[in-house]
Design a protein around this ligand. Structure first.
Ligand code: UN1
Length: 495
């Protein structure tokens, strides 16, 4: 078992005040990987006080200097990439190629946001009166609270903390209780890169810890990624305290395949998006909306492909699919397999738990799924793909758009007109043409419509919006009180 994961508060690694801990398991073996501090409101308060203190200097540190620290962080993270990827695989199960990609997203984000240290663009605009100047600046806010999930334990936190830090805020981070070890390893990279003590604080724990952060009066901003159930609680609670919130929650993403699609390409992309990360991405494909002319061929090819996927420990480079993150995650998948069968969908492949240790579940495919079934509407967060047959593009778009979520969608077609119609009509936050629903890059806004979020976006240029306030500045150098047109006219006559 690894050494105890401690909180990181004011630049020191400390145990929870209560001395309590919880265990983090390796989902491929069901063995305890490590234990971690089970933090309470007291620890959260210590972290927030440390952040408030550190904020005083950090906000005054010139943004290009803050950017240099982010660049250094990117360099150290590049050196630690393999180490973090391996730890991540052991702690939450996804295969190495995916955990390396996860760390890489944080490296990319660090370079991107480090560059913002020399941009952070505001703007000037003409003002209504003479001898007066106007500008709008992005301002830091203070202490921001981050609550993040286990499925992208490095990438998703990086989308939040790097823009928060470059903008001059101090951070208190509560990662998922399924990934405390990799979270602490990630914080150590910031420490090594020279981030001043207290600017980033880590408190590990579970629901109570997160709630204390959301409720803390000195945390004015909350950025949350995770389940819709928890996200809505966070939103309601934070809103009642007048806080600004960014939410990234569920998905029910679809790939549309038209009759003229490149079949081989579609099969590769569908397999990667549906079964990659064992279906546990908020961008994962869980619905396949297929035009009838290509339906039989596509299902046949997918079944063959799914059969060839090798399950096992993500540390084994020949494995294609790791376990679900925990027992609860697998229970949910099994529940939906039963729901699907009960609703009358056709289980074509999978639907069972392989006979081995670890929270594995076979890649699963249902056909004859109809639009009204729960299988077609609810997020499962596992390797379960539901095929819905449609007649044409219009119907496909309608099926895509009618669910409660709106994160990512995709269409496979060789017809440029159909592709552009889809871009125009699909109502998700991310749209792909001839590519699966996963694989968003950090320089574009990431987020979804409808129940996926609350209208905010992460990453890209707008990634700063969650962590900054606009400050509009007016400088009057006329030496006079300019109240209205009459004052303006008299100033002009004196020029
Ligand atoms: C998530 O599942 O929460 O687009 C994030 C993707 C990844 C990020 C997924 N770059 O699939």
């Amino acid at each position: 078992m690894g050494e105890l994961v401690r909180n990181y508060i004011a630049g020191k690694w400390v145990e929870a005040a209560s001395g309590q801990t919880f265990d983090s398991l390796n989902p491929a073996t069901e063995e305890v990987l490590t234990s971690a501090a089970l933090s309470t409101a007291e620890d959260v308060d210590d972290a927030v006080q440390a952040a408030r203190e550190a904020y005083k200097n950090w906000r005054l540190t010139p943004a290009p200097r803050r950017g240099e620290i982010l660049f250094r962080f990117a360099q150290v993270l590049t050196e630690r990439k393999e180490e973090l990827a391996r730890l991540m695989t052991q702690e939450m199960g996804k295969i190495l190629i995916e955990t390396r990609g996860d760390v890489q997203e944080a490296i990319d984000m660090a370079y991107y946001m480090g560059g913002e240290g020399r941009r952070m663009l505001g703007y000037t605009a003409p003002v209504e009166m003479p001898n007066k100047f106007g500008m709008a600046l992005r301002d830091s806010v203070g202490v921001v609270g981050l609550v993040t999930p286990w499925n992208f334990p490095v990438a998703v936190p990086s989308w939040k903390m790097l823009p928060a830090l470059i903008a001059g805020n101090a951070v208190v981070w509560k990662p998922s209780e399924d990934t405390p070890a990799v979270s602490a390893a990630f914080v150590k990279v910031f420490e090594e890169a020279g981030l001043p003590p207290g600017v980033l604080n880590l408190v590990t724990g579970a629901g109570e810890t997160g709630a204390a952060l959301v409720n803390h009066p000195h945390v004015r901003i909350i950025s949350f990624t995770g389940s819709t159930e928890t996200g809505l609680k966070v939103y309601t609670q934070a809103a009642s305290l007048g806080k600004k919130v960014t939410l990234e929650m569920g998905g029910k993403n679809a790939i549309i395949v038209l009759d003229d699609a490149n079949l081989e390409l579609a099969v590769e992309a569908i397999t990667w998006s549906a079964y990659g990360t064992t279906g546990q991405r908020c961008t994962a494909t869980s619905r396949l909306i297929v035009q009838k002319g290509i339906h039989a061929q596509l299902v046949e090819a997918l079944v063959e492909k799914a059969r060839s996927l090798k399950l096992g420990s993500g540390l084994d480079e020949t494995v294609n699919m790791g376990p679900l993150v925990n027992q609860k995650g697998r229970d949910k998948v099994e529940k939906y397999v039963e729901i699907g069968k009960h609703e009358g969908a056709q289980l074509v492949i999978g639907g069972y738990r392989p006979d081995r240790k670890g929270y594995f579940h076979a890649p699963t495919l249902f056909t004859e799924v109809t639009r009204d079934m729960r299988l077609a509407r609810e997020e499962i967060f596992g390797p379960v793909l539901s095929v819905i047959a449609v007649d044409n593009l219009e119907e496909a778009v309608e099926v895509n758009n009618e669910v409660a979520y709106g994160l990512s969608s995709s269409i496979f077609t060789e017809n440029v007109n159909a592709a552009f119609r889809a871009i125009r009509d699909l109502t998700t936050g991310i749209v792909y043409i001839n590519h699966g629903t996963t694989g968003a890059e950090i320089q574009f806004p990431f987020g979804g419509t409808r129940g996926t979020g609350n209208g905010m976006r992460e990453a890209g240029l707008v990634g700063l919006d969650s962590f900054t306030e606009w400050k509009s500045v007016y400088v009057d150098y006329s030496g006079r009180l300019q109240r209205a047109q009459i004052d303006t006219d008299s100033i002009l006559s004196e020029q």
